[in-house]
Design a protein around this ligand. Sequence first.
Ligand code: 5RP
Length: 236
Amino acid sequence: MPADLSPIDRAKYAASRRAVDFVEDGMRVGLGTGSTAAWMVRCLAERVKAEGLTLQCVPTSTRTAELGRELGLNIVTLEEAGWLDLTIDGADEFDPELSLVKGGGGALLQEKIVATASDRMIVITDAAKEVKTLGAFPLPVEVIPFGWQATRTLIAELIGGSDVDGHEITLRMNGDQPFRTDENNYILDLHLGRIGNPRELSLLLNQIAGVVENGLFLDICDTVIVGYGDGRVELH
Ligand code: 5RP
């Protein structure tokens, strides 16, 4: 473990080190986005260097692609890889069913495409992301910029009438401009507090014309690896 890490980085590092043990020579691997996934990319690059592994790595964002290239990983597109053996990514929340909220870093669309094009998805987190019920973390929803206010109105009507306590919808900003995803879309963050029925909410959100995708990852993740500051890990 690198010296002088904060407890939270030690936890992220521990989960990342364990997750890259699942990577085998010749695999096609999806690389997630975020601060935990960045640790995983570093750990994977170390293994590739030390063991001479031949991998094809598909990043879920331009940020991850840049980091992977810098560290010497073989970065390819999903089109080039075709299908993936394994994706390793972070999450903003996970519940006992291994349902996730993702998209805090704004990469949920590519993350979901990559994860669902993989035989297996492993999530790496610290213990603070474990919840009984999803929704304390604002749910990111990627929307088309055209008519985004009308899309927000439709989402507001939807969540007002669904199984959630209290709501507020915010347009994610980058300084004084709307935040743009890698696909040049906007993100609306839904402050729901609690998501009583994630399946219903996910389906209904994705039926709105201006919604591209939402940050609920249901029946996608196989394993969650939780790292702790003392270097321990737990597999769920
Ligand atoms: C990015 C994501 C990230 O995986 C999620 O936000 C967790 O990030 P971090 O590891 O920095 O806490 O979904 O879109």
